[in-house]
Design a protein around this ligand. Structure first.
Ligand code: NAP
Length: 310
């Protein structure tokens, strides 16, 4: 049986470490401060932001949420960011994506002070990542490296295949694995014979956004499979295709769907990854919890730098 890589356990470890780091920051006069900007009413974004703010408050980070309306202009949002850049009590600024289509998201990301860019998406921090200089790293890929290291899964010298090339996950993931001395291949929607490329991977990262796409045909037996995908299914037929009734474990998933009206699945096929991989992250309970933990860690990093805590 494949080993299940428990993201909740690693998240709790990181949170415990965060608590003692926060105590040191507080001893310098104030708690770390995180400002989250949520524009409009995107239901998924509202859940993500609620969880981020809840975790920050639970740890003792001074959280603040700004919720400008959907109608805000790029200039008005830039003014909000500039105000947060100037505030001494704010160490981290996170603008929840996606922004409404009329907002120039690139200008917003570029306006965040690189020192407070806890998502690690500012071009200066992307450059720091490429060149191996210190700086905040994007939370999801940084969390995945933490998970691999804490489970003592070797990275150096291994073949890693990353499916997905977004600025948020795929590209920074590939760079972080490269810095850990993996031999890295990045795949995307134009990659020919994707299953064959994926089967070369000792570590396969799926950051695609396609429910259960990574079947056993993509997995080298014994490989480590990291499933980044968060795909919400809202049709029962789609759930039944992935969780056929004759499979042990399907009934529970279908009951959960019937209760909630939707079900979240990853990019890896839940049964086939469990049968074929050596180790894998489940969805939910794998990569998701790490993203928030690393956001907290990046915020504390920023507070430590700004307050001179060694
Ligand atoms: P994205 O910006 O939509 O990027 C998806 C990538 O997958 C693109 O590079 C795309 O290729 C590639 N792709 C799409 N269909 C493909 C196919 N059939 N074959 C090969 N490659 C394909 O998404 P993202 O922001 O990176 O997120 C990816 C997934 O991770 C989503 O499900 C998202 O919800 C989830 N996510 C989870 C967390 C977490 O905390 N767990 C955090 C962030 C994102 P092209 O570039 O060629 O279009």
């Amino acid at each position: 049986m494949a080993q299940v890589l428990d993201g909740n356990r690693i998240r709790d470890e990181i949170k415990t470490e965060c608590r003692s780091r926060i105590e040191k920051v507080v001893s310098r006069g104030r708690a770390p401060g995180l400002a989250v900007v949520l524009v409009g009413h995107n239901p998924a974004s509202e859940i993500y932001v609620r969880n981020k703010v809840k975790t920050s408050l639970e740890l003792g980070i001074a959280g603040e949420t700004l919720t400008p309306p959907e109608s805000i202009t790029t200039a008005e949002l830039l003014a909000i960011i500039e105000g947060l850049n100037q505030r001494p009590d704010i160490d981290g600024i996170l603008v929840q994506m996606p922004l409404p289509p009329d907002i120039d998201a690139r200008r917003i990301v570029e306006a965040i002070s690189p020192a407070k860019d806890v998502d690690g998406l500012h071009p200066l921090n992307a450059g720091n990542l490429v060149t191996g200089r210190p700086g905040p790293r994007p939370c999801t890929p940084a969390g995945i490296v933490e998970l691999l290291k804490r489970y003592r899964i070797p990275i150096a010298g291994k073949r890693a295949v990353v499916v997905g090339r977004s600025d948020l996950v795929g590209k920074p993931m590939a760079l972080l694995l490269l810095h850990e001395n993996a031999t890295v291949t990045i795949c995307h929607s134009k990659t020919p014979d994707l299953p064959a490329v994926c089967r070369e991977a000792d570590i396969l990262i799926a950051a695609i956004g396609r429910p259960a796409m990574i079947t056993s045909a993509y997995i080298q037996p014994g490989a480590t499979v990291i499933d980044v995908g968060i795909n919400r299914l809202d049709k029962r037929a789609d759930v039944e295709r992935i969780f056929p009734l004759d499979r042990f474990g399907s009934a529970q998933k279908l009951a959960a769907f019937d209760y909630k009206g939707s079900l979240v699945v990853g990019d890896a096929h839940p049964f086939e990854v469990a049968e074929c991989a050596g180790a894998y992250t489940p969805v939910p309970g794998g990569v998701g919890p790490l993203t928030i933990a690393m956001l907290m860690s990046n915020t504390i990093d920023s507070a430590e730098r700004r307050l001179g805590v060694c």
